[in-house]
Design a protein around this ligand. Structure first.
Ligand code: PAF
Length: 283
């Protein structure tokens, strides 16, 4: 199926009017990889029609971040969407999304200042603002996001609950290379040497997961040991064990679900990864 490509609000409104039954939106910044394709497949399981948005959102990049060099591969993205049975590709320009300097934007609050928010101040404000705008424009029944961006997903769930946004948010699991590297559009920036350094992230998460029977502190300690062993080419931003809904760090007495989240800079590339964990009642 060839998706209809819409670039303006009017074209989107016309395409939306033609949708019968349920619509799922997969918001992306393009540079689609197998991880995005798995989100699209999840969306297709849920809804009769799938729309994908492709928009590199300037509002969620800091002044020294990679907005300008973020990979833009639109022709390949459309091909991937076609292969996955996407009906609508919404690819607005910056002017369509932000026709004037926005005066009213979302604040991600205390949760947006935690963990990844410390490394990327303002990122979650810009991300939530564009996600709400996309939801308002596309009006999907369901929106599918990757669990790879666990804090992003938690913040979107919180926004939807706090602002009564009429959409169901669905998370889909992280897709990894056979050697464990989580798929990310930013992996394209990695040299071969960077890539092998970056494997420490997923190795650290696995070491942390193996230490679950010994409790939360042991998990963080085991993960940190792997990252410390990765050498100076890996600059660790954080390794934290947090509550999946609030992203507050959990105590050593914690039982139930948690997320072990890591971020590091390898070369000039900011990488994040995480794994969901479950702490049994007795540990
Ligand atoms: O995860 C992403 O690609 C982006 O943060 C999103 C959700 C498309 C908003 O720009």
């Amino acid at each position: 199926m060839t998706p209809v490509i819409v670039r303006t609000r009017a074209e989107l409104a016309a395409a939306r009017t033609g949708v019968e039954g349920t619509l799922a939106l997969v918001p992306t910044m393009g540079a689609l990889h197998e991880g995005h394709r798995s989100l699209i497949r999840r969306a297709r399981e849920i809804a009769g029609t799938v729309a994908v948005s492709v928009f590199v959102n300037p509002l969620q990049f800091g002044p020294n971040e990679d907005f300008d060099r973020y990979p833009r591969t639109f022709a390949d993205d459309v091909e991937a969407c076609a292969a996955e049975g996407v009906s609508i590709v919404f690819a607005p320009s910056v002017d369509v999304m932000y026709p004037a300097e926005p005066q009213v934007t979302l604040k991600s609050g205390p949760m947006g200042a935690r963990v990844e928010g410390v490394t990327r101040p303002g990122h979650f404000d810009g991300m939530l603002t564009v996600v709400l705008k996309l939801l308002n424009l596309v009006r999907p029944d369901v929106a599918v996001f990757g669990e790879k961006d666990a804090q992003q997903l938690a913040m979107i769930r919180r926004m939807v609950a706090d602002l009564n946004v009429p959409v169901e948010v669905v998370g889909a699991p992280t897709v990894r290379e056979p050697d464990g590297l989580a798929l990310s559009s930013r992996n394209r920036y990695l040299t071969e040497t960077d890539r092998s350094t970056a494997l420490a992230l997923s190795r650290a998460l696995r070491a942390g997961a193996d230490a679950v029977p010994d409790g939360p502190s042991a998990v963080v300690k085991a993960a940190r040991a792997v990252l410390d062993g990765a050498g100076p080419a890996l600059h660790l931003d954080y390794i934290v064990l947090v509550d999946p809904a609030t992203f507050l760090e959990v105590s050593d007495a914690h039982t139930g679900p948690a997320v072990l989240a890591v971020a590091a800079r390898v070369g000039t590339t900011h990488l994040i990864d995480n794994t969901p964990l479950e702490f049994p009642k007795e540990h």
